[in-house]
Each structure stands twice: as structure tokens, then as C-alpha cells.
Design a binder for this molecule. Structure first.
Ligand SMILES: *[C@@H]1O[C@H](CO)[C@@H](O)[C@H](O)[C@H]1NC(C)=O
Length: 313
């Protein structure tokens, strides 16, 4: 890994890559397999449950829960870009992935990751308006504005990542084709290229800085205002309400930022790929599993909606 493979040594262009998943014995991978499978099923069913709950409950037809719906919808796709491919690979089957497959997996997982940052920022802004300007909330954060913001984050993510995807599509791969990862992550992949990759690394770094910096500043500013407002609330009832709607979002923000910031810090050779894989597991499977639980456990409205829909059946 990390050596330069000169162009022209061997003109056969690599068409396929081999995913290595976890180094170690097959026994270890067979142990990881059920873990991934269960987590994947939990992530899909948990997030589907949130979507169904919000859509079927009149009381949850508010901007905050529509945005939560967006987040759950996003996370279903986010894990689905990688895990269904990782599962057979863990069992030692169909370990190869085509060039196009790798490119698409990377493009979609990074786009969805980018959209997650934007959605979390919009949700934080929504909570800021709800808590700091409760009387004007309905006029500021109406369905139309939130719809526009949601659509922009989806489009934004797909458009922004199309630039590096275009650059990567033109790379040549002529050397070894073994990816030491369970997914096509940019840093594990482009070291295999025999083309010049500085432009791509730069583009990805700038995009990461832009996406993380812009969404982080919106999120942070919203929370600074929220906290300073909450500190001045005297009624226990509204304090509790404000706290319960914010704390679940805040927990999700902390988990998401905690598990991704690390990945975007410029990849260095000294950082072991095994660490990167572990962090990838966190944000690709663990976060989507946790989010629905966080929202159902910490949020009274969601809990009540959940209970009432259970009684109906
Ligand atoms: C996403 O949020 C917008 C704005 O509230 C809403 O109109 C839309 O239905 C949501 N989409 C999904 C898939 O949840």
C-alpha cells in the first residue's frame, strides 16, 4: 500500500477490485457476519418504523418530524450502499467489485454522508427557531421553506460529490487490485491508482472542509442560541419540552460528527486502515441503528405515537 505504481509497466487495465474486509481468519469474519446482518436489519426496520410512525400519525405531521423522516430515509439508503455488498464478502463469496460498482458505491455513500451533514444542520436550525422564536415559528419554518431546504440538501449532496466522482472515473488502475477495506472508501482505493491523484485528494479535502465547516457552523450557532435561551426559561414545563426535543437531535449530532470527523481528517499512512474500518463501521451501521432508538427513547411525542399505533393494531 502507498507505493507508486508507474504507468506503462503493465498496460492491462484493472477492471475489477477485490474487497478484503477484515484481515484475519475466516473464523473472525464468520463471527462478524451475523453482527453486521443483525445491525443491518435493525437499521432498516428501525428507520422504516420511524417513517411509518411519522407518516401515519397526524400529531407528528410537523416540520421537525418530516425532517426526521428525511433523516431515516437517508440512513436506510446510506447503509444500503455498502452493507448488502459487505455481507457476502464477509463469507468469502463474490469478493470482487467492478470499477463502476466501486465508483457508484463511493459516490452514493459520500453523497448520502454529505446530505446527512446538511439535514442535521437544517434540523438544528429548525430547533433554534422553535425554541428561540416560538411565536414566529409557524411563519418562519413552514412546510414550504423546510421542503426547499430538504430538497436543496439532497440535490446539494449529489451535485457536490459528482466533481470528485468525475475525476476518479478517469483514473487508471494498472497495479494491484486488492482494496483493504469492506467498502470502496476513497483513501483505500485511490492509493491503488497509477495516475496522479493529488488533484482528487485536494478536491475531496476541500469538499470535506466546505461541507463540514458550513453545516457545523449552522449547527453550533443554533445550539449556542438554544442553550442561552433554555438557560433563561423559567417554566419547568416548557423547559422540559425544549429539552426533550433537542436532546435527541443533539445526541444524533454528537454521534454523527464524532464518527465522521475522524475519517475526513487527511488520510495519513501512519493511521492504520484497521482504525479507519472501525470508524466506518460506526458511521455506516451503528449510527443508523442508534438514531431511531434515540428518537423513540428520548422523545415523549414519538413514544406516545408509537404506543397509540401499537394499540390500534
Ligand atoms: C423531507 O422533508 C420535507 C420538508 O419537511 C418534507 O416535505 C418531505 O416529505 C420529507 N421527505 C421524506 C422522504 O421524508
Amino acid at each position: 500500500m502507498g507505493e507508486n505504481y508507474q504507468v506503462g509497466q503493465n498496460e492491462t487495465r484493472v477492471q475489477e477490485f477485490i474487497l478484503l474486509t477484515f484481515t484475519g481468519s475466516l473464523h473472525l469474519r464468520i463471527f462478524i457476519f451475523p453482527l453486521f446482518l443483525i445491525m443491518y436489519i435493525l437499521a432498516i426496520s428501525g428507520n422504516l418504523a420511524i417513517i411509518i410512525l411519522v407518516l401515519s400519525n397526524g400529531r407528528l405531521h410537523t416540520v421537525m418530524y418530516y425532517l426526521l423522516c428525511n433523516l431515516s430515509f437517508l440512513e436506510i439508503w446510506y447503509t444500503t450502499t455498502t452493507i448488502p455488498k459487505t455481507l457476502p464478502v464477509l463469507l468469502g463469496r463474490s469478493q470482487s467489485i467492478s470499477f463502476t460498482g466501486c465508483l457508484l458505491q463511493m459516490y452514493f455513500s459520500y453523497s448520502f454522508g454529505c446530505i446527512e451533514y446538511f439535514l442535521l444542520a437544517i434540523m438544528a436550525y429548525d430547533r433554534y427557531v422553535a425554541i428561540c422564536h416560538p411565536l414566529r415559528y409557524n411563519t418562519i419554518m413552514d412546510i414550504s421553506l423546510s421542503g426547499k431546504l430538504a430538497v436543496s440538501s439532497w440535490l446539494g449532496g449529489f451535485i457536490i460529490l459528482s466533481a470528485p466522482a468525475f475525476l476518479i472515473a478517469r483514473l487508471s488502475f494498472c497495479g494491484p487490485n486488492v482494496i483493504n477495506h469492506f467498502l470502496c472508501s476513497v483513501d483505500a482505493w485511490i492509493v491503488l491508482s497509477c495516475s496522479e491523484t493529488h488533484a482528487i485528494e485536494m478536491a475531496i479535502f476541500l469538499i470535506a472542509v466546505f461541507v463540514i465547516f458550513s453545516s457545523f457552523s449552522v449547527t453550533l450557532l443554533s445550539y449556542i442560541y438554544i442553550v442561552s435561551t433554555i438557560l433563561h426559561i423559567s417554566s419547568t414545563n416548557s423547559l422540559q419540552k425544549a429539552f426533550s426535543t433537542c436532546s435527541s437531535h443533539f445526541a444524533v449530532v454528537v454521534i454523527w460528527y464524532g464518527s465522521t470527523i475522524f475519517l475526513f481528517v487527511k488520510p495519513s499512512k501512519s493511521r492504520s486502515l484497521e482504525t479507519t474500518k472501525t470508524v466506518n463501521i460506526l458511521n455506516i451501521i451503528v449510527t443508523p441503528v442508534l438514531n431511531p432508538f434515540i428518537y423513540t427513547l428520548r422523545n415523549k411525542e414519538v413514544r406516545e405515537a408509537f404506543r397509540s399505533s401499537l394499540h390500534l393494531k
